[in-house]
Design a protein around this ligand. Structure first.
Ligand code: AMP
Ligand code: ZN
Length: 457
C-alpha cells in the first residue's frame, strides 16, 4: 500500500506519489537559532523525523532527501546579540549545535541537508532580482516587497483571505507598501546591523525568502513534501509558495503540504510569547530522550498534544515494560522485518496511536510465548519500535538510565567503587551506609561473583 498523506493544500488525505521514487524530496522549516528551543518546537522535528524514517523504509534509505534549515539571520537574533553583547555568529553556532544535540538525544536522524540562511545570500539576492524583473516585486524605501497581486493563488493554503489579513492586523502596515498584505523580501540594515551589499543597498533578507532559496538549491524547484507546524501556514508558507511559484513560471513549490498540530500546556499553545514553555534541554536532564520522543508521538501529529508530567511518567512506564521484554532478545543481525500492521498504520498518515496499539499488542503476544517463538516475536517487536526511532538503547543500560532527579550513572559507579574499597578495608559501617543511601534513592545493589551491579527500582 502506498503512503497516505493528509495534504493541507487539498484538505484531504490522499495517496502519496513522489515525482521520482528514486529521489523523494522533503523540506521542513527549522528553528531560528537565538536561544534554547522548547518541546513544542521539538514536536515538529520529531513528527517529520518519523516521516523521514517511514519514507526511507518505503523507498530505500538512499532515495529520500530531507532538508531542514537553520534561520541564522533574523531580528530576534540581532536583539539577542544586543542584549547579551555576544557576536551573532557565536549565538547562532551555539544554538544550532544545542538543537542538533537535543534532536540526537531524541533519536532523530540527521537530515540529509541542514542549510543555513547566511550561506545562501547571493542566491537570495538573485531570486529577489528575478521577482523584480517579473514584476512580482517592487522597491520601496530601501525595501523590496513582494506584491501579492502578482499571485492569484495567494491564500490557497491557509484559506486566509485578503480582507481578513488586513482586518486581523496580521500583516504590518507600512508607508512603503502598495498593499498592506505585501511582504518583505529584502530590507535595509542600519550600520550596526548585519547586512550584505545588494542592488537595493546594504540589507538583509526577509524570513520567508530563505526557505524558497534553500529548497530550490538543495532539492529543486518543486519538491514532494513540505512540512512545518500549523502556525507556519500563514503567512510563512503562503509567502514561500508565492515567491517560488512566481520565480519558477508558476511551478508549485511542493506537491504535498503537511502541518503538525500544537503541543499545549493546558488549553494554550506552548509558546515563548505566552511564557509557558518547557525547554527541551531542561527536560533531557530529567528524562531519557526516548521517553520524551514516546510522549511526543503518543498523539496523532495533526491533533493537539497536551504536555504533562503524567504523560512523561506514563511514557517511561510503558517503555520500561518493553525494555523488560527486550532484555531477553540479545543482539541479533540481521533484524527481521517489522510487522505489517505497524508499517501500515504508519503509512496511513503517520497514525502513531494505532502503531502504539500494535506495539502493545505484540508485547502481550510475545510475553505469552516461550522459547524460540518468544525470541522471534520480541525481535519483530524490536524491529517495529526501531522503525519509529525507539528501542535504541541496550536494555541493561536503559535500566541504569538516569531517572528524574536521582544520581547519575557516573555518581553511582563512583559510590560503588568507594563501597568496594570500604569492604576491602572491612569498614562495613561505610559500605552499609553507601548501600542504604543508594537504596533510599531507589538504586538497588546486587553483589555477585564479579562484584556489585546496580539498577534502578
Ligand atoms: P519557531 O521557532 O516558533 O519558528 O518554531 C519552529 C517550529 O516549531 C515551527 O515549525 C513551529 O510551527 C513549531 N512550533 C512552535 N511552537 C509549537 C507548538 N507549541 N507545538 C507544535 N509545534 C510548534
Ligand atoms: Zn520555511
Amino acid at each position: 500500500m502506498p503512503l497516505q498523506i493528509y495534504d493541507t493544500m487539498r484538505r484531504e488525505k490522499r495517496a502519496f506519489e513522489p515525482a521520482d521514487p528514486a529521489r523523494v524530496t522533503m523540506y521542513v522549516c527549522g528553528p531560528t537559532v537565538y536561544n534554547y528551543t522548547h518541546i513544542g518546537n521539538a514536536r515538529s522535528a520529531i513528527v517529520f523525523d518519523l516521516l523521514f524514517r517511514v519514507l526511507r523504509h518505503a523507498y530505500g534509505p538512499d532515495a529520500v532527501v530531507y532538508a531542514r534549515n537553520f534561520t541564522d539571520i533574523d531580528d530576534k537574533i540581532i536583539k539577542a546579540s544586543r542584549d547579551t553583547g555576544r557576536p551573532i555568529d557565536q549565538i547562532t553556532k551555539k544554538f544550532a549545535a544545542v538543537y542538533t544535540e537535543e534532536l540526537t538525544a531524541l533519536n532523530a536522524l540527521a537530515p540529509t541537508h541542514q542549510p543555513r540562511a547566511t550561506g545562501h545570500i547571493p542566491e537570495m539576492i538573485a531570486l529577489v532580482k528575478t521577482l523584480v524583473d517579473e514584476g512580482a516585486a517592487y522597491e520601496g524605501d530601501g525595501h523590496v516587497l513582494f506584491s501579492i497581486e502578482a499571485f492569484d493563488r495567494y491564500g490557497a493554503l491557509s484559506g486566509v483571505n485578503r480582507d481578513e489579513m488586513i482586518a486581523g492586523a496580521r500583516v504590518e502596515v507600512a508607508p512603503y507598501k502598495k498593499n498592506p498584505a505585501d511582504f518583505v523580501l529584502w530590507k535595509p540594515s542600519a550600520d550596526d546591523e548585519p547586512g550584505w551589499e545588494s542592488p537595493w543597498g546594504r540589507g538583509r533578507p526577509g524570513w520567508h525568502l530563505e526557505c524558497s532559496v534553500m529548497i530550490e538549491k538543495g532539492l529543486g524547484p518543486t519538491i514532494d513534501i513540505h512540512g512545518g507546524g500549523q502556525d507556519l501556514k500563514f503567512p510563512h508558507h503562503e509567502n514561500e509558495i508565492a515567491q517560488s511559484a512566481c520565480a519558477h513560471g508558476g511551478a508549485p513549490l511542493a506537491r504535498y503540504w503537511m502541518h503538525n498540530g500544537f503541543l499545549r500546556m493546558g488549553t494554550d499553545k506552548m509558546s515563548k510569547s505566552l511564557g509557558n514553555v518547557v525547554l527541551t534541554h531542561e527536560l533531557l536532564k530529567a528524562w531519557p530522550g526516548e521517553v520524551i520522543r514516546w510522549a511526543l508521538l503518543s498523539a496523532h501529529y495533526r491533533q493537539p498534544l497536551e504536555w504533562t508530567d503524567e504523560l512523561l511518567r506514563q511514557s517511561k512506564r510503558q517503555l520500561d515494560r518493553f525494555y523488560r521484554l527486550l532484555e531477553e532478545a540479545g543482539d541479533t543481525t540481521p533484524e527481521p522485518a517489522p510487522p505489517e500492521s505497524i508499517v501500515l498504520a504508519l503509512r496511513d498518515d503517520l497514525n502513531t496511536p494505532e502503531a502504539f496499539a500494535g506495539l502493545h499488542e505484540l508485547r502481550d503476544i510475545a510475553s505469552q510465548l516461550e522459547g524460540e517463538a518468544r525470541v522471534n516475536a520480541v525481535l519483530r517487536l524490536r524491529a517495529a519500535g526501531r522503525l519509529m526511532g525507539f528501542f535504541q538503547s541496550d536494555p541493561a543500560q536503559w535500566f541504569k538510565g538516569e531517572a528524574a532527579g536521582g544520581p547519575s550513572a557516573e555518581e553511582i559507579e563512583a559510590l560503588l567503587e568507594k563501597r568496594a574499597e570500604a569492604r576491602k578495608a572491612k569498614d562495613f559501617a561505610t559500605s552499609d551506609k553507601i548501600r542504604d543511601d543508594l537504596a533510599a534513592q531507589g538504586i538497588v545493589i546486587e553483589d555477585g561473583p564479579d562484584g556489585a551491579t546496580w539498577r534502578r527500582e
